[in-house]
Ligand binder design. Structure first.
Ligand code: NAD
Length: 467
């Protein structure tokens, strides 16, 4: 899928992007489709704003705290718009807005530490930290606000300015967020630009940008890294995942089934670190399939604005087509759908929550990232076999191990090749922890103090020691 499939408003005199409500499949609003050459002036203004913004850390802290308050005050409008363009249930949009504000508050109070090196020589070396300059952030459509905040909160706290480009599938809530933040931040400290490719490619290669922080697919991440090489800007990439959940033979299926189901199906499976494969001991496999299929068949699927909805539509038509294609491929490979297995009829981009069994391990739904409401459940014989299978893909974002003996489960979790491993849950993160994928899942570290330092460069002052 490429974002060039987001559509222009037909016959509109200016360049506008049509924004579609995934629950209806109908365009309901529009956003500017900015041209790449508009970025020169935007980056220039971000550069000028940087000199004032970097100068006063106390004012920055106050402005970022005020930004968190402003986001909360606009919570109703942000959440409704987010659900409208992204599809997720309204309660999840409210949670996303809350996480956006929390991220701002966390980084508002985080400052880098100056350090002195003491090594016996009669010199004083002091390590200080300086911001980089204008940072470009490019984010996907699954969590438009919270992923943007994961980038602008540490970047701005570090004293940088930012040009932020959301996905053309979800430009509206981010534009509203930009206007809300503009009421409390100095002008041009955060600028939101919207449009189709090659807007992102141009932003990533712009000579005035000093750090490109990208979240999205592995293939686009590679293109972004290549584009940023032109200016040798720093690159942080948070890419796709294919997280495995390994169930141990002492797991109590009834106790964990709800948590496991939602670890895979939250946000309609469109989560980088959703559970995307389940490995169950052969003895428990049928019970696990049954427990998950029962939930998939009964969960309420519908428009995100409907208060009864627990699972919304897929965000966009190309993504639903991709999910359909990998599911059909799995069925053609010999898999059986214990629940779902097909798009839902009617308007919108709905797909029946799907549990697949008898899936050949080489099928793309196992080896690749389905990024939708489809979950393969695979049986294993020995634990070594399960760990090898969990580690067998090119991804390494997260993973989890589920069982009753926590020490044993943790020992198995330590064998997973990924950035974060959980025991008996999945994808829960603290603002204070590092977030980094291994293998194709990413480059660089976000989150916590690591996210702050990822937006700073060391500056060392070296002078003779006072007598
Ligand atoms: P995508 O890679 O298609 O697009 C991501 C962003 O890049 C969008 O804003 C898009 O417009 C822009 N873009 C597209 N082509 C570009 C180019 N050549 N140069 C610069 N920018 C370009 O991803 P998507 O389909 O929007 O999102 C889904 C993917 O994001 C999944 O693979 C998912 O796992 C990943 N993701 C990762 C994380 C993480 O933290 N690791 C979090 C959320 C999503």
């Amino acid at each position: 899928m490429t974002t060039s499939e987001a559509e222009r408003v037909p016959g509109h005199p200016a360049l506008r992007l049509a924004v579609v409500d995934p629950a209806t499949g109908e365009a309901f609003d529009e956003a500017p489709d900015q041209r790449p050459d508009e970025l020169d002036a935007v980056v220039e203004r971000a550069h000028r704003a940087w000199h004032g913004w970097r100068a006063d850390p106390v004012a920055r802290t106050a402005a970022l705290r005020a930004a968190a308050d402003a986001v909360e005050a606009a919570g109703d409008d942000l959440a409704r718009l987010l659900t409208r363009e992204q599809g997720k249930p309204l309660a999840e949009s409210y949670a996303e807005v809350a996480r956006t504000a929390a991220r701002l508050r966390y980084f508002a109070d985080l400052a880098p530490r100056t350090r002195r090196i003491v090594d016996g020589r009669p010199v004083r070396s002091e390590i200080r930290w300086r911001p980089l300059g204008p940072v470009a952030a490019i984010v996907p459509w699954n969590f438009p606000l919270q992923l943007a905040a994961a980038k602008f909160a540490p970047a701005l706290a570090a004293g940088n300015t930012m040009v932020l480009k959301p996905s053309p599938f979800t430009p509206l809530a981010t534009r509203l967020l930009g206007s809300v933040l503009a009421t409390v931040l100095p002008e041009n400290v955060l600028t939101v630009v919207t449009g189709r490719e090659p807007l992102g490619a141009r932003l990533a290669s712009h000579p005035g940008i000093r750090h490109v922080t990208f979240t999205g697919s592995v293939s686009t991440g590679r293109a972004v890294a290549e584009a940023a090489a032109a200016s040798l800007a720093r690159v942080t990439l948070e890419l796709g995942g294919n997280d495995a959940a390994v169930l141990l033979d002492d797991v109590e299926v009834d106790l964990i089934a709800d948590r496991l189901f939602w670890a895979a199906f939250r946000n309609c499976g469109q989560v980088c670190m959703a559970v995307k494969r389940v490995y169950a001991p052969a003895r428990l496999h049928a019970e696990v399939v049954e427990a998950l299929a029962q939930r998939a068949k009964t969960v309420s699927v519908g428009a995100g604005l409907d208060p009864d909805t627990r699972l919304g539509p897929v965000n966009n038509a190309p993504q639903r087509a991709r999910i359909k294609q990998v599911t059909q491929q799995a069925l053609a490979d010999g898999a059986r759908a214990a629940a779902g297995g097909h798009p839902l009829g009617g308007p919108g981009y709905f797909f029946a929550p799907t549990i697949l069994t008898d899936v050949p391990p080489g099928s793309p739904v196992v080896t690749g990232e389905q990024f939708g409401p489809v979950l393969p459940v695979l049986p294993y014989g020995s634990l070594d076999e399960a760990v090898d299978a969990a580690n067998s893909t090119g991804f390494g974002l997260g993973g989890s191990v589920w069982g009753t003996d926590l020490d044993r489960a943790e020992a198995v979790a330590e064998r997973l090749e990924c950035g974060t491993a959980w025991v008996n849950h999945h994808a829960e993160l603290s603002l204070a922890q590092p977030f980094a994928g291994v293998k194709d899942s990413g480059v660089g570290v976000a989150g916590g103090p690591w996210g702050l330092y990822g937006n700073l460069r060391p500056f060392v002052v070296h002078r003779p020691q006072e007598a």
